[in-house]
Design a protein around this ligand. Structure first.
Ligand code: 0X9
Ligand code: ZN
Length: 303
């Protein structure tokens, strides 16, 4: 059994049991595989939803890169639940995609925020020669323009980039999986909080990719669907332009690999509660985010 709801934030074990339960219950469309282990030895579990058509596109979704951003795994598991329970009545845009979903990229950090420090951001690997400080910012550890602006070489910093690109087992596992699987991803969506932004590359500096106008149009279509569904207003733009330059993000790495529709989505709210978003927000945030995801699925199928 499992005891998943969207009326509370769940521990990692609950999320993993929920994923395993879905794979058992819907074996013809769902499988769960660990793509590696965190520093402390927790599984990095990816759930795949697919009807197996060879013509399907593929979309990667992850959450929980930053430990304290609890609305991210909650929203991503809501997507999983909706697609699993209603796959037969889903739109062709959803059914024509192989979905690969990793709800918690940073399980050690996530558990630490439940047990010790609610506002922890990084993973939990001891860093530097002295190992007195813990954690690299996994969203500064990816291998495209690693080490640039908006990242720190100080192991005690909250934006510590790690000792080299992919020095952390969590980022290494994600990149190895995406590089080595035969899957050809058309979209890479990474869910964070907070601020209500739909961000496209580049993050490393104030420049945009050649196809940024398409990314902007699709991003605005997604934002409109979110607003029409739940009322939240999302701003759309490049992450360096709208937020700040920050190198080593997973989005830049995915875009540099050629994954067309690459976005970082900063979920609710805009700062009233910030990372400590009350549980009553989970369902509305997840529901409107799913409306946005359906619009993204339509764009992927046209790509
Ligand atoms: O700074 C980040 O990693 C993200 N914001 S957060 O508040 N969730 O930490 C934004 C990342 C945007 N993408 C890149 N800078 N590459
Ligand atoms: Zn984040």
């Amino acid at each position: 059994g499992h005891k998943m709801t969207w009326k509370q934030y769940h521990r990692l074990e609950d999320i993993h049991q929920f994923m395993d339960y879905l794979a058992k219950t819907y074996p013809s469309i769902i499988s769960v595989n660990s793509i590696g282990k965190s520093h402390e030895g927790r599984d990095l579990k990816v759930l795949r939803i697919s009807d197996g058509k060879p013509t399907n596109k593929a979309v990667w979704i992850d959450g929980g890169i930053h430990a304290r951003e609890w609305i991210s795994p909650a929203t991503v598991t809501y997507f999983i639940n909706q697609f699993a329970e209603n796959f037969d009545v889903e739109s062709d845009d959803v059914k024509n995609i192989d979905w690969y979903i990793l709800p918690v990229v940073n399980p050690d950090g996530y558990e630490f925020t439940h047990l010790g420090d609610r506002l922890w951001r990084k993973n939990r690997k001891p860093q530097g020669t002295t190992r007195v400080c813990f954690g690299a910012d996994l969203n500064r550890n990816f291998g495209y323009r690693w080490g640039g602006k908006g990242s720190s070489n100080n192991p005690c910093s909250d934006i510590y980039r790690g000792s080299r690109a992919f020095s952390e087992p969590e980022t290494k596992a994600v990149s190895d999986f995406i590089n080595n699987s035969a899957v050809n991803f058309t979209a890479y969506l990474t869910y964070h909080s907070y601020g209500q932004y739909i961000l496209y590359p580049w993050g490393y500096d104030s420049v945009v990719p050649p196809d940024y106008q398409q990314l902007d149009i699709v991003g605005k279509d997604v934002a409109r669907a979110i607003q029409q569904t739940g009322g939240s207003e999302y701003s759309v733009g490049s992450s360096s332009g709208l937020l700040y330059p920050a190198a080593g993000g997973s989005d830049d790495w995915a875009k540099a690999k050629g994954i067309k529709y690459t976005y970082t989505i900063e979920l609710s709210d805009t700062g009233r509660y910030g990372f400590i978003l009350p549980v009553s927000y989970i369902e509305p945030v997840a529901r409107e985010s799913l409306a946005g995801l359906r619009v993204l699925a339509a764009a992927v199928n046209k790509a």
